[in-house]
Design a protein around this ligand. Structure first.
Ligand code: ZN
Length: 215
């Protein structure tokens, strides 16, 4: 997913269906699920007309421009990016409100923006749990009980990173949580589409990312 989608291909004055967007970036193999992920998780504003999801060209253009710029400044481990106020900071009180595992095994951490109070979230690699627990106060760790061999505090053994992916049967992944998920109340965005597998990869090292940057 670490691709640049050239914003210049977008016409500001028209609206795009997700399908149209994918067609524009066909050569990059942009998937509709990815576009929906932008809407659901990354603050891209879209609207429904009947059963079709539309995005304003101007909005999409700006979104892609910002997205490209953001990829030039990768987040530190403790930083979240707030799409509402654009702050890049540790979550409020250094607290992760909720930590869940996505279907593709990567971790998603939820917090509150210290600047504007909006919900913020970011993805971590599948094996980042220990580091997250070390750095943040985690209120609801939904990974607890999934990997029972891991004692989160002691740190006597570090062998969990290697066997975690192997020893964990896929059924345990908490994909059936009810839609009430977040306790923070303002829900401006569209209901979960339940398919997040396509957006789990912002983990390319910065050095590698820069190869994609246009000059
Ligand atoms: Zn904010």
């Amino acid at each position: 997913m670490s691709k640049n989608y050239d914003p210049r291909l977008i016409k500001s004055y028209r609206s795009y269906k997700t399908k149209d967007v994918c067609r524009l970036y066909k050569s990059k193999k942009l998937h509709e699920q990815t576009v929906r992920g932008w809407v659901k998780d990354d603050g891209l504003k879209a609207f429904w007309h009947g059963k079709t999801l539309y995005i304003y060209g101007a909005v999409l253009k700006q979104f892609l421009t910002e997205r490209n710029n953001q990829r030039k400044s990768p987040l530190a481990f403790n930083q979240f990016r707030c799409w509402k106020c654009k702050a890049m900071d540790a979550p409020l009180h250094n607290t992760v409100e909720k930590l869940i595992r996505e279907r593709n095994k990567s971790l998603r951490a939820f917090g509150v923006c210290a600047s504007c109070g909006h919900e913020i979230k970011r993805l971590y690699k599948a094996d980042a749990e220990q580091e997250i627990l070390r750095i943040f106060t985690v209120k609801h760790n939904e990974l607890v009980g999934l990997s029972d061999s891991v004692c989160s505090a002691g740190g006597t053994h570090i062998e969990n990173t290697s066997n975690q992916a192997v020893s964990e049967p896929p059924e345990i992944v908490p994909s059936d949580d009810p839609p009430k998920t977040t306790s923070t109340s303002d829900k401006t965005h569209i209901k979960p589409v339940k398919n997040i597998a396509s957006i789990g990869t912002t983990h390319i090292p910065p050095t590698q990312l820069s190869l994609f940057e246009p000059l």
